[in-house]
Design a protein around this ligand. Structure first.
Ligand SMILES: O=C(CO)[C@H](O)COP(=O)(O)O
Length: 254
């Protein structure tokens, strides 16, 4: 059986200013990445242009962590899709649970942003995830289905096949999180694939990469990527140091 192709990448969240980002990007540019891996890195805005310039003409995709849906205007403190593109990014992370929880991001604003991203030629990496309470009350699937359908509302089939979806259980993220059991992720991703199949049919649904994120580490990454409906991992803390990212890339590629 041919080896499956995997997306593997990290968001630096609110870490690495321009100096640290420049150093990290230089190390990333020197990394040997197997052909079966599609690597990506998502720096903070202040480092976006530096990192994108350093990784231009490499296999790396570079993204921003958020953006507004409007092209320009009186939106103090916001960054437009065009600005993200001008910095050299091709990916845009949208709907991370930290933004939903702390900055009022909703399914509706995520949808506005997804549509704006596609209009501007940015590939959306849409984060979805159940809260600890939703997990406890056994409504994970309902939450993931709602977030997915609302994020993709109004998109054509072709547009839907350009997005990446990352399932990140809120209870699995960060130092206080616990990594989801691979068996649980397997079921969640299979049900998520079915949501996509209902939207665009089997063949197109299989073209949408489904990533898992939340306390991914060198110890567990390959257990997720071995699952048939996991097409990659989205890593935080364990990949902030490029050597950690490289070790995980090697572990899932072998
Ligand atoms: O977005 C994430 C990956 O960048 C996610 O929040 C996981 O973070 P981690 O728990 O620190 O891996």
């Amino acid at each position: 059986m041919p080896q499956k192709s995997l997306w593997v990448g990290t968001s630096w969240k609110m870490n690495k200013g321009p100096g640290a980002a420049r150093d990290a990007a230089a190390r990333i540019a020197d990394m040997a990445v197997p052909d079966t891996i599609t690597p990506f890195v998502i720096p903070p805005f202040t480092s976006l242009e530096t990192v994108a310039a350093r990784l231009e003409n490499t296999a790396w995709h570079v993204g921003a962590q958020n953006m507004h849906w409007e092209e320009e205007g009186a939106w103090t403190g916001e960054i437009s899709p065009r600005m993200v593109r001008e910095c050299g990014a091709d990916l845009i992370e949208l709907g991370h649970s930290e933004r939903r929880e702390h900055f009022g991001e909703t399914d509706i604003t995520v949808n506005l942003k997804v549509r704006a991203a596609i209009r501007h030629g940015l590939r959306p990496l849409i984060c979805i995830g159940d809260s600890a309470e939703e997990y406890e009350f056994n409504v994970t699937h309902e939450t993931l289905a709602r977030q997915t359908k609302m994020a993709l509302h109004g998109l054509t089939t072709d547009e839907i096949t350009t997005v990446l979806l990352a399932y990140e259980p809120v209870w699995a993220i960060g130092a206080k999180g616990r990594a989801a059991e691979p068996e649980f992720v397997d079921i969640a991703h299979k049900r998520l694939r079915h949501v996509l199949i209902e939207l665009v049919g089997e063949e197109q649904a299989r073209r949408v990469p489904l990533l898992y994120g939340g306390s991914v580490s060198l110890d567990n990454a390959a257990r997720y990527t071995a699952l048939s409906d996991v097409d990659g991992v989205f890593i935080g803390r364990s990949a902030w140091d490029p050597s950690g990212l490289e070790a995980i890339i090697r572990s899932v590629a072998s």
